[in-house]
Design a binder for this molecule. Structure first.
Ligand code: BTN
Length: 325
């Protein structure tokens, strides 16, 4: 109840709409209009009422609402289905479940909170309610399975573009799946795929982006490592706005990837890769190796020169565990 009233108030962009006009459009009495206003207020909408003038919308709650998301998307038809949860264990788990039930390519699963948000290497992803974005995309791209890991890098580029347009701040990418703002991690990506020998069945790409979290919202041990758009930009954001920017950026990057391979996006990665030329410790096959990041190649592999080596090697897996900020 209240979605039509909401649309009427939104149409007027903060101007008053008389109770009489609302009543006529909804086909209800003025007393019933008042009841619907109260119901919207209880859902977090700020509605001012003035005798003689009517009602006007002054603020909307920061929730992921499918119709608002669709209205904000430049490329809504790229996405075929949206599932929005107020809470779930993990959006990746929900998306995998959807994939197994035959959900279409271009399905998006979002949640306001996750009780068991998963990170890489079995880590936990902090997912408190009301603050951040937790989403998973189900894709069925016509690519060979060995190319699927490149989609993690494609997603990181799209996240970077969304953050740059929403907040106007520079972003940094850390191979293969992290987005950094001011030397601290703001987002991570977890891709899970299902494939037969030479056919990719589906890939689920989950992204967690800290949007409005403040440092006190992170557990103590993460406070000097993690950040959010709000901490970095000094203001808060409507999550649905950032989500729409991300989904549009992803649709564009994905199309470029399908037509030109990762090579077509290589410059987008390299211009944001903040560890190039830096000494790091890389965890590779359970071993910690010191060396220098030399960039990524046109297939998205890390170019890494071990300490003392002359040439860089191309690595397809691993994690940079230590670096100078
Ligand atoms: C990492 O940096 O280790 C990856 C973090 C990925 C977190 C996201 S939040 C949405 C999706 N659902 C999950 O359970 N994980 C991913």
């Amino acid at each position: 109840m209240g979605d039509l009233l909401r649309r009427i108030l939104e149409e007027r962009q903060g101007q008053f709409v008389s109770g009489q006009e609302i009543g006529n459009r909804l086909g209800v009495s003025r007393a019933a209009v008042w009841k619907r206003v109260e119901s919207l207020r209880s859902r977090g909408f700020g509605i001012e009422g003035a005798r003689g003038a009517g009602y006007r919308l002054v603020s909307s709650p920061d929730v992921i609402d499918e119709s608002e998301l669709l209205a904000r998307l430049v490329r809504p038809t790229f996405w075929k289905s949206f599932l929005v949860y107020s809470a779930t264990d993990s959006t990746n788990s929900r998306a995998v479940e959807q994939a197994e039930k035959g959900a279409p390519d271009g399905t998006v699963v979002c949640a306001d909170a996750q009780s068991s948000g998963r990170g890489r290497f079995g880590r936990r992803w902090e997912s408190p309610p009301g603050l951040n974005l937790y989403l998973s995309m189900l894709l069925r791209p016509p690519i060979e399975p060995h190319l699927a890991p490149q989609l993690t890098l494609v997603t990181a580029i799209a996240l970077a573009k969304a953050v740059e347009s929403a907040a106007g701040i520079p972003t940094g990418l850390k191979w293969p799946n992290d987005l950094y703002l001011g030397g601290r991690k703001a987002a991570g990506i977890l891709a899970e795929m299902s494939a037969d020998q030479d056919r990719l069945r589906h890939v689920v790409i989950g992204a967690g982006l800290n949007v409005n979290a403040d440092s006190v919202d992170f557990p103590e041990e993460l406070r000097d490592k993690a950040t959010s758009l709000r901490i970095s930009a000094g203001r808060s954001f409507r999550r649905v706005e950032v989500l729409a920017l991300f989904l549009d950026a992803f649709a564009d990057c994905f199309d470029q990837f399908l037509s030109g391979g990762f090579e077509a996006l290589h410059h987008e990665w390299s211009s944001r890769s903040f560890l190039d030329g830096k000494r790091v410790v890389l965890r590779h096959r359970d071993e910690d190796v010191e060396g220098t990041v030399m960039g990524v190649d046109e297939n998205g592999a890390l170019l890494f020169r071990r300490h003392g080596a002359v040439r860089a090697e191309r690595l397809h897996s691993g994690e940079i565990v230590t670096f100078a900020r």
